[in-house]
Write a protein that binds this ligand. Structure first.
Ligand SMILES: Cc1cc2nc3c(=O)[nH]c(=O)nc-3n(C[C@H](O)[C@H](O)[C@H](O)COP(=O)(O)O)c2cc1C
Length: 180
């Protein structure tokens, strides 16, 4: 089972990128993670570029999601919503709508932030996107890693056992959704 993992943060020390690494660590052995590392290379979405010959980096994104059984997203929220770079990737991946890489794709969401409510609004906004896209989003558990600085060590390892168990429940729910 192949999981396309994408972080909404480009920051080197990102809690969200670290959360994806933690998810891979606790996931059942039959889940193989493809960690996306080309978020910053994607051009801003432009329908004029999205014809028969889209940019190679876009084709790579779409092929990797098409080839995955499910998608796992970890994102912060920027100004109460989805970080622009992540939304841009979703916009590229969502086209062409009738055969998009995200159509009917099982998707799970989680997020980490140093604040008390961080990522709640970004996750809600993502859920709205996936209604239009017609992706299949895991409803529960909701994984909202607030006060992230208390749950990761200086090397970005998730040290909080409760959070670790929640992440494990989420990837297991994604696995169940993929299996149908
Ligand atoms: C442009 C910007 C906007 C932000 N907006 C919010 C916000 O709306 N709510 C919030 O809880 N944190 C906000 N933050 C703080 C982020 O939660 C924090 O920087 C977090 O660590 C980013 O995630 P990362 O560690 O994965 O990079 C914002 C940060 C930036 C850079």
């Amino acid at each position: 089972m192949r999981i396309f993992a994408i972080s909404g943060s480009l920051r080197t020390g990102s809690y969200n990128t670290a959360l994806l690494r933690a998810a891979e660590h606790v996931a059942p052995e039959d889940m193989q993670f493809d960690h996306y590392d080309r978020l910053a290379d994607l051009p801003a979405y432009n329908q004029d570029l999205d014809g028969d010959d889209p940019p190679a980096v876009v084709t790579d994104l779409r092929d990797r999601i098409h080839g995955a059984d499910g998608v796992l997203i970890a994102t912060p929220e920027y100004n109460y919503s989805i970080p622009g770079a992540l939304k841009n990737a979703i916009d590229w991946a969502s086209r062409p709508a009738a055969s998009s890489s995200l159509l009917y794709k099982p998707v799970a969401l989680m997020g980490a932030a140093p604040t008390n409510f961080g990522t709640v609004r970004a996750q809600l906004a993502l859920r709205q996107c996936f209604v239009w896209i017609d992706a299949k989003v895991v409803i529960k558990p909701e994984v909202i890693v607030f006060r992230a600085q208390d749950r990761f060590d200086a090397d970005g390892n998730l040290t909080d056992e409760t959070t670790s168990a929640m992440v494990k429940d989420l990837v297991t729910a994604l696995r169940d959704l993929i299996r149908g």
